[in-house]
Write a protein that binds this ligand. Structure first.
Ligand code: ADP
Length: 601
């Protein structure tokens, strides 16, 4: 069979996306490959399809067992000979998989890195025709990345042991530096390099200062997502428990997930989320890596993530199906201070330096007033254009901006008069006329600037300082003191003015919720969609698989829009391959027919 036919018959898609075609070509011609493509870009197809076209078994290394399990199940539903070897299986199941392998009945074998690295497994593989190795979540090999795993680092041995077997590496997030590291660590040989744009067209990105504990903001946000799934990220395990319990009390269907829970509880939470039995998971970073659920409609961060890579990866879990979804990041100056204190504890060296830079970029992103998508793209080494419609900053043109030139000049003046030797806390105290020991000790209450800034609260002054940092009017000195830059001098002299988004000066006020983007502008019949969804739920429950594995939302929307009447018409719907048509097609056709007949009466 040719590639296009496999694409259509097995995966149910009409055509390759541009980079998929190149990736498939690379693999079928035996080249090494490194592909950086955002979540939802369609990476899995890039190794699953070539696996079906090559002699022998393709071995896929993936970091999390539960996810492998889901992937293998989904593949089997599509009629693909996929298996996994992992500790979750019974000895009998493992033995059966090994027998199938020996008989050449497995095209795709999923394994965890630690298993691949075991001598026993190496012995098994040595007896098999291995078509290729696939390293999923390949950024885990890099110490510069955000999810470094020691066992991934050792995967370089594959090229040593099987020099002629092609290796393909896939990740959704890699700065150019991390990409280099992947190539080096995995010892790829002149790999084909494919890099998609990091921009996720279907995400709406919003970041705003957290008011108090942020719960009021969270609740307002969730009110627009009555029946949809989403993730709320917290920084600590305690916060995850606390927010989940609070949401439950508020009548919102939520469950906590973090590494401190027993494995069985974690699995139960994961299972409930994937099977739509619970709508919201409140989790630490421990949740979600590689999660396959395609219809996650929102991701909220209750506080600032550690790095932009973390952030991008986490918001990336929303909308894998390409339908619109929303993200909300709540941050505060306290978050930045807390992350900084964690960094202080690291050993001096290049790693610490790089961690500092990442933290500065993360805080810069939160405070930034430019396009969020473009800011993320720039971080990953890409030139991005302003999205204009898909982030809070671009859609904020209507929003009033406040002129803070006078406050900025007061601050810079205080900084100048105290010799640029102090940090912002002390300077704000001076401006607000506080009586502290430090002020007394240095006689700063005798300065002309003492007490000239009482009109602003401490939090508002912090916003002013943040804005000046962001505009490059201030920089940090060697001892965490603040210094004035040439751009700051221009402000001080009254040559340039300074504005800030008004909401940042209103940090104590609750903001009304902005309008929600519609889930889809695809013209489909909602009543039919709901019926199809009910049928899907019924089938999924009977078969014990997550609903999306039967058909994704997008497929159901297409059905509810084009109302197929025959098997051929059904096969034209995206995501309906031959196997799934055989398995479920008839039932869905029946419901569509009933709806159409009902509508005509
Ligand atoms: P990734 O692993 O890059 O996050 P997936 O492999 O999960 O992305 O694919 C994301 C979604 O895109 C899936 O729902 C998949 O069915 C769909 N998809 C992949 N390739 C195509 C294609 N060529 N045409 C239409 N849909 C596709």
């Amino acid at each position: 069979m040719d590639q296009e036919r496999v694409l259509r018959e097995v995966f149910g898609h009409d055509r390759f996306r541009p980079l998929q075609k190149k990736a498939v070509e690379a693999s079928v011609t035996g080249r090494d490959l490194v592909m950086v493509l955002p979540t939802g870009g369609g990476k899995s197809l890039c190794y699953q399809l070539p696996a079906l076209m090559r002699e022998g078994v393709t071995v896929v290394v993936s970091p999390l067992l539960a996810l492998m399990h889901d992937q293998v199940r989904a593949l089997k539903l599509q009629g693909v000979a996929a298996e996994m070897l992992g500790s979750m299986q019974s000895p009998e199941e493992r033995a059966e998989t090994l027998r199938k392998l020996e008989r050449g009945e497995v095209k795709l074998l999923y394994v965890a890195p630690e298993r691949l690295l075991s001598p026993a497994f190496e012995g098994i593989l040595a007896r098999l025709p291995v078509a290729g190795f696939v390293i999923d979540e390949a950024h885990c090999v890099s110490e510069w990345g955000h999810e470094f795993r020691d066992d991934y680092r050792r995967l370089g041995f594959l090229k040593e042991r099987w020099p002629d077997v092609p290796v393909s590496a896939f990740t959704a997030t890699a700065t150019p530096e991390v990409e280099e590291d992947i190539v080096r660590q995995l010892r790829l040989r002149e790999p084909v390099r494919l890099r998609g744009s990091v921009t996720r067209e279907n995400l709406f990105i919003r970041a705003e200062p957290r008011v108090g504990d942020g719960k009021a903001q969270l609740k307002a946000f969730l009110e627009t997502f009555a029946n949809e799934s989403g993730i709320v990220y917290t920084f600590t395990r305690n916060a995850a428990e606390n927010v989940a319990a609070w949401l439950q009390r508020e009548g919102i269907d939520a469950v906590a997930y973090h590494a401190g829970l027993e494995a069985s509880m974690r699995q139960a939470a994961y299972h409930a989320f994937v099977h739509d039995e619970v709508k919201v998971v409140v989790a630490t970073v421990a949740f979600g890596m590689g999660i396959d659920k395609p219809d996650i409609r929102f991701v909220v961060h209750m506080s600032m993530p550690k790095t932009l890579e973390n952030y991008y990866q986490e918001i990336g879990r929303a909308g894998r199906d390409g339908l619109p979804c929303e993200t909300l990041l709540l941050y505060s100056a306290a978050d930045a201070a807390q992350r900084a204190s964690l960094l202080e504890q690291l050993e001096e060296g290049p790693y610490k330096q790089s961690a500092w830079e990442k933290l500065e970029k993360m805080t810069g992103f939160c405070r930034g007033e430019g396009c969020r998508h473009a800011a993320l793209a720039a971080y990953f080494g890409e030139e991005g254009e302003a999205c204009e419609t898909r982030c809070d900053n671009c859609t904020a043109t209507e929003r009033e901006k406040s002129d803070i030139t006078e406050a900025a000049r007061k601050f810079l003046s205080a900084l100048y008069r105290t010799g640029q030797r102090f940090g912002k806390g002390h300077l704000i105290d001076i401006l607000r006329g506080a009586k502290t020991q430090k002020i007394e000790q240095f006689g700063h209450d005798r300065l002309t600037v003492y007490g000239i800034g009482k009109e602003l609260s401490k939090a508002q002054w912090e916003a002013v300082v943040e804005r000046l940092m962001e505009l490059g009017a201030l920089r940090r000195g060697e001892h965490r003191n603040l210094c004035i830059t040439p751009a700051g001098v221009a402000v001080l002299k009254g040559e340039t003015s300074v504005t800030i988004r008004s909401e940042r000066m209103q940090v104590r006020e609750k903001k009304p919720r902005p309008l929600r983007t519609p889930v889809s502008d695809m013209g489909y019949d909602q009543a039919i969609f709901d019926k199809l969804r009910a049928l899907r739920r019924e089938i999924a429950a009977k078969e014990g698989v997550p609903a999306y594995m039967v058909f994704g939302d997008r497929s159901l929307m297409e059905m509810a829009s084009s109302l197929p009447e025959s098997e051929e018409a059904m096969l034209k719907i995206g995501g309906v391959g031959r196997k799934k048509m055989e398995r479920y097609g008839e039932a869905f056709l029946q419901v569509i027919k009933e709806c159409a007949d009902g509508g005509m009466q």
